[in-house]
Design a protein around this ligand. Structure first.
Ligand code: C5P
Length: 231
Protein backbone atom coordinates (compact mmCIF):
# COMPACT_ATOMS: atom_id res chain seq x y z
CA UNK A 1 0.00 0.00 0.00
CA UNK A 2 1.44 3.31 -1.06
CA UNK A 3 1.17 6.27 1.29
CA UNK A 4 -1.17 8.86 -0.17
CA UNK A 5 -3.32 11.88 0.63
CA UNK A 6 -7.02 11.38 -0.17
CA UNK A 7 -9.06 14.56 -0.63
CA UNK A 8 -12.59 14.33 0.81
CA UNK A 9 -14.66 15.93 -1.95
CA UNK A 10 -17.57 16.85 0.30
CA UNK A 11 -19.48 18.95 -2.24
CA UNK A 12 -23.18 18.97 -3.02
CA UNK A 13 -22.96 18.94 -6.83
CA UNK A 14 -20.93 17.57 -9.70
CA UNK A 15 -20.34 21.13 -10.89
CA UNK A 16 -18.75 22.25 -7.59
CA UNK A 17 -16.60 19.11 -7.53
CA UNK A 18 -15.32 19.50 -11.07
CA UNK A 19 -14.66 23.24 -10.58
CA UNK A 20 -12.66 22.35 -7.46
CA UNK A 21 -10.66 19.59 -9.16
CA UNK A 22 -9.98 21.78 -12.23
CA UNK A 23 -7.77 23.90 -9.96
CA UNK A 24 -5.34 20.95 -9.76
CA UNK A 25 -4.62 21.18 -13.53
CA UNK A 26 -2.27 18.28 -14.44
CA UNK A 27 -2.47 16.60 -11.00
CA UNK A 28 -4.84 13.71 -10.34
CA UNK A 29 -5.22 13.45 -6.57
CA UNK A 30 -6.81 10.37 -4.95
CA UNK A 31 -10.35 11.56 -4.10
CA UNK A 32 -13.04 10.46 -1.68
CA UNK A 33 -16.69 10.48 -2.72
CA UNK A 34 -18.79 10.44 0.42
CA UNK A 35 -22.52 10.45 1.06
CA UNK A 36 -23.11 14.11 0.17
CA UNK A 37 -21.55 13.90 -3.28
CA UNK A 38 -22.80 10.38 -4.06
CA UNK A 39 -26.37 11.30 -3.14
CA UNK A 40 -26.06 14.39 -5.36
CA UNK A 41 -24.12 12.98 -8.30
CA UNK A 42 -24.76 9.23 -8.09
CA UNK A 43 -22.80 6.55 -9.96
CA UNK A 44 -22.28 9.02 -12.84
CA UNK A 45 -20.03 11.09 -10.56
CA UNK A 46 -17.87 8.04 -9.89
CA UNK A 47 -17.62 7.30 -13.62
CA UNK A 48 -16.76 10.91 -14.45
CA UNK A 49 -13.94 11.13 -11.90
CA UNK A 50 -12.61 7.72 -12.92
CA UNK A 51 -12.59 8.81 -16.57
CA UNK A 52 -10.61 11.90 -15.51
CA UNK A 53 -7.96 9.58 -14.05
CA UNK A 54 -8.59 9.91 -10.31
CA UNK A 55 -8.33 6.99 -7.89
CA UNK A 56 -11.56 6.80 -5.91
CA UNK A 57 -12.44 5.97 -2.32
CA UNK A 58 -16.22 5.50 -2.26
CA UNK A 59 -17.04 6.29 1.37
CA UNK A 60 -20.64 5.14 1.83
CA UNK A 61 -20.08 3.37 5.17
CA UNK A 62 -22.57 0.56 4.62
CA UNK A 63 -24.29 -0.62 7.81
CA UNK A 64 -27.31 -2.92 7.46
CA UNK A 65 -28.21 -6.61 7.71
CA UNK A 66 -25.69 -8.94 6.03
CA UNK A 67 -27.90 -9.83 3.04
CA UNK A 68 -28.60 -6.19 2.22
CA UNK A 69 -24.93 -5.21 2.53
CA UNK A 70 -23.84 -8.16 0.36
CA UNK A 71 -26.26 -7.18 -2.40
CA UNK A 72 -25.40 -3.48 -2.18
CA UNK A 73 -21.68 -4.28 -2.38
CA UNK A 74 -22.18 -6.47 -5.44
CA UNK A 75 -23.80 -3.47 -7.17
CA UNK A 76 -21.05 -1.06 -6.01
CA UNK A 77 -18.44 -3.55 -7.30
CA UNK A 78 -19.48 -2.67 -10.85
CA UNK A 79 -18.34 0.94 -10.32
CA UNK A 80 -14.74 -0.28 -10.20
CA UNK A 81 -13.64 2.03 -7.36
CA UNK A 82 -10.24 1.66 -5.68
CA UNK A 83 -11.46 1.66 -2.08
CA UNK A 84 -14.81 1.37 -0.28
CA UNK A 85 -16.11 0.73 3.23
CA UNK A 86 -18.62 -0.50 5.79
CA UNK A 87 -19.14 0.16 9.51
CA UNK A 88 -17.38 -2.43 11.71
CA UNK A 89 -20.23 -2.02 14.21
CA UNK A 90 -22.37 -4.02 11.74
CA UNK A 91 -20.41 -7.03 13.18
CA UNK A 92 -18.46 -9.88 11.58
CA UNK A 93 -21.24 -11.58 9.62
CA UNK A 94 -22.08 -8.27 7.96
CA UNK A 95 -18.42 -7.63 7.09
CA UNK A 96 -18.03 -11.16 5.67
CA UNK A 97 -21.14 -10.56 3.55
CA UNK A 98 -19.62 -7.28 2.30
CA UNK A 99 -16.46 -9.10 1.18
CA UNK A 100 -18.55 -11.76 -0.59
CA UNK A 101 -20.70 -9.21 -2.39
CA UNK A 102 -17.77 -7.05 -3.49
CA UNK A 103 -15.59 -9.92 -4.71
CA UNK A 104 -18.50 -11.78 -6.39
CA UNK A 105 -18.61 -9.09 -9.03
CA UNK A 106 -14.86 -9.11 -9.57
CA UNK A 107 -13.87 -5.99 -7.65
CA UNK A 108 -10.40 -5.94 -6.10
CA UNK A 109 -11.09 -2.64 -4.29
CA UNK A 110 -9.49 -2.18 -0.88
CA UNK A 111 -12.34 -2.90 1.56
CA UNK A 112 -12.07 -1.20 4.93
CA UNK A 113 -14.27 -0.82 8.01
CA UNK A 114 -14.96 2.32 10.01
CA UNK A 115 -14.00 1.52 13.61
CA UNK A 116 -15.26 4.59 15.50
CA UNK A 117 -15.97 7.85 13.71
CA UNK A 118 -13.22 10.41 14.26
CA UNK A 119 -15.95 12.81 15.41
CA UNK A 120 -16.70 10.53 18.39
CA UNK A 121 -14.97 11.44 21.66
CA UNK A 122 -14.09 9.06 24.48
CA UNK A 123 -16.92 10.62 26.51
CA UNK A 124 -19.49 10.09 23.72
CA UNK A 125 -18.30 6.49 23.34
CA UNK A 126 -19.12 5.80 26.99
CA UNK A 127 -22.13 8.06 27.56
CA UNK A 128 -23.99 8.10 24.23
CA UNK A 129 -23.03 4.69 22.86
CA UNK A 130 -22.77 2.95 26.27
CA UNK A 131 -19.49 1.25 25.30
CA UNK A 132 -17.59 0.25 28.45
CA UNK A 133 -14.15 -0.20 26.85
CA UNK A 134 -11.75 2.63 26.04
CA UNK A 135 -11.59 4.17 22.55
CA UNK A 136 -8.26 2.43 21.89
CA UNK A 137 -9.52 -0.99 23.01
CA UNK A 138 -12.72 -0.57 20.99
CA UNK A 139 -10.87 0.45 17.82
CA UNK A 140 -8.34 -2.41 18.25
CA UNK A 141 -11.15 -4.94 18.74
CA UNK A 142 -13.17 -3.69 15.75
CA UNK A 143 -9.99 -3.78 13.63
CA UNK A 144 -9.33 -7.40 14.68
CA UNK A 145 -12.93 -8.24 13.71
CA UNK A 146 -12.45 -6.59 10.33
CA UNK A 147 -9.28 -8.57 9.71
CA UNK A 148 -10.93 -11.84 10.80
CA UNK A 149 -13.80 -11.09 8.40
CA UNK A 150 -11.44 -10.77 5.43
CA UNK A 151 -11.27 -6.98 5.07
CA UNK A 152 -8.08 -5.17 4.05
CA UNK A 153 -8.00 -2.49 6.73
CA UNK A 154 -9.86 0.09 8.76
CA UNK A 155 -10.77 3.74 9.00
CA UNK A 156 -9.55 5.14 12.33
CA UNK A 157 -7.88 8.20 13.79
CA UNK A 158 -4.13 8.52 13.10
CA UNK A 159 -3.79 8.29 16.88
CA UNK A 160 -4.99 4.68 16.65
CA UNK A 161 -2.82 3.57 13.69
CA UNK A 162 -0.07 2.22 16.00
CA UNK A 163 -2.40 -0.07 17.98
CA UNK A 164 -4.10 -1.29 14.78
CA UNK A 165 -0.77 -2.11 13.10
CA UNK A 166 0.56 -3.73 16.28
CA UNK A 167 -2.49 -6.00 16.52
CA UNK A 168 -3.32 -6.64 12.87
CA UNK A 169 0.08 -6.33 11.14
CA UNK A 170 1.88 -3.73 9.08
CA UNK A 171 0.03 -4.76 5.88
CA UNK A 172 -3.40 -4.10 7.39
CA UNK A 173 -4.28 -0.68 5.97
CA UNK A 174 -5.10 2.31 8.17
CA UNK A 175 -7.03 5.08 6.41
CA UNK A 176 -7.17 8.06 8.72
CA UNK A 177 -9.46 11.10 8.61
CA UNK A 178 -9.35 13.63 11.44
CA UNK A 179 -6.37 15.42 9.87
CA UNK A 180 -5.80 19.16 10.06
CA UNK A 181 -2.97 21.36 8.87
CA UNK A 182 -1.50 23.17 11.89
CA UNK A 183 -3.65 26.19 12.77
CA UNK A 184 -6.81 25.04 10.91
CA UNK A 185 -10.20 24.81 12.66
CA UNK A 186 -10.98 21.36 14.09
CA UNK A 187 -14.76 21.74 13.46
CA UNK A 188 -16.79 18.65 14.45
CA UNK A 189 -13.75 16.33 14.55
CA UNK A 190 -12.46 15.15 17.94
CA UNK A 191 -9.45 12.86 17.45
CA UNK A 192 -7.24 14.98 15.16
CA UNK A 193 -3.57 15.28 14.17
CA UNK A 194 -1.48 17.01 11.50
CA UNK A 195 -0.34 15.14 8.34
CA UNK A 196 3.23 15.03 9.72
CA UNK A 197 2.03 13.46 12.98
CA UNK A 198 -0.10 10.95 11.02
CA UNK A 199 3.05 9.93 9.10
CA UNK A 200 4.99 9.53 12.33
CA UNK A 201 2.17 7.35 13.73
CA UNK A 202 2.27 5.08 10.65
CA UNK A 203 -1.02 5.90 8.86
CA UNK A 204 -1.15 4.46 5.33
CA UNK A 205 -3.55 7.04 3.90
CA UNK A 206 -4.77 10.34 5.31
CA UNK A 207 -8.21 11.67 4.36
CA UNK A 208 -8.28 15.46 4.34
CA UNK A 209 -11.42 17.46 3.70
CA UNK A 210 -11.85 20.98 4.97
CA UNK A 211 -8.12 21.70 5.49
CA UNK A 212 -7.89 21.48 1.67
CA UNK A 213 -11.40 22.23 0.34
CA UNK A 214 -11.91 25.30 2.55
CA UNK A 215 -8.35 26.63 2.12
CA UNK A 216 -7.73 29.91 0.34
CA UNK A 217 -5.37 28.01 -1.98
CA UNK A 218 -6.53 24.35 -2.04
CA UNK A 219 -3.70 23.21 -4.32
CA UNK A 220 -1.07 24.67 -1.97
CA UNK A 221 -2.84 23.08 1.02
CA UNK A 222 -2.87 19.69 -0.79
CA UNK A 223 0.81 20.04 -1.63
CA UNK A 224 1.57 20.86 2.01
CA UNK A 225 -0.25 17.68 3.06
CA UNK A 226 1.73 15.64 0.50
CA UNK A 227 5.01 17.23 1.61
CA UNK A 228 4.28 16.46 5.27
CA UNK A 229 2.80 12.98 4.79
CA UNK A 230 4.30 11.42 1.66
CA UNK A 231 7.61 13.02 0.70
O1 C5P B 1 -13.34 18.00 6.52
P1 C5P B 1 -12.72 16.82 7.21
O2 C5P B 1 -11.22 16.69 6.96
O3 C5P B 1 -13.08 16.72 8.68
O4 C5P B 1 -13.38 15.56 6.46
C1 C5P B 1 -13.19 14.23 6.89
C2 C5P B 1 -13.90 13.30 5.95
O5 C5P B 1 -13.66 11.96 6.38
C3 C5P B 1 -15.41 13.48 5.88
O6 C5P B 1 -15.79 13.23 4.54
C4 C5P B 1 -15.95 12.39 6.79
O7 C5P B 1 -17.19 11.90 6.34
C5 C5P B 1 -14.89 11.30 6.65
N1 C5P B 1 -14.75 10.38 7.78
C6 C5P B 1 -14.42 10.80 9.07
N2 C5P B 1 -14.30 9.89 10.08
C7 C5P B 1 -14.47 8.57 9.85
C8 C5P B 1 -14.80 8.14 8.55
C9 C5P B 1 -14.91 9.08 7.54
O8 C5P B 1 -14.23 12.00 9.27
N3 C5P B 1 -14.30 7.70 10.82
Amino acid sequence: MGKDVIIACDFSSAEDTLNFLDKFEGKKPFVKIGMELFYAGGPEMVKTLKARGHKIFLDLKLHDIPNTVKKAMSVLAKLDVDMTNVHASGACKMMEAAVEGLRSNGSDAVLIAVTQLTSTSEEQLHEDLLVGSSMEETVAHYAANAKKSGLNGVVCSPLESPVVHANCGADFVTVTPGVRLAGDAVGDQQRVTTPAKAKELGSDYIVVGRSITAAEDPVAAYERCVAEFVD
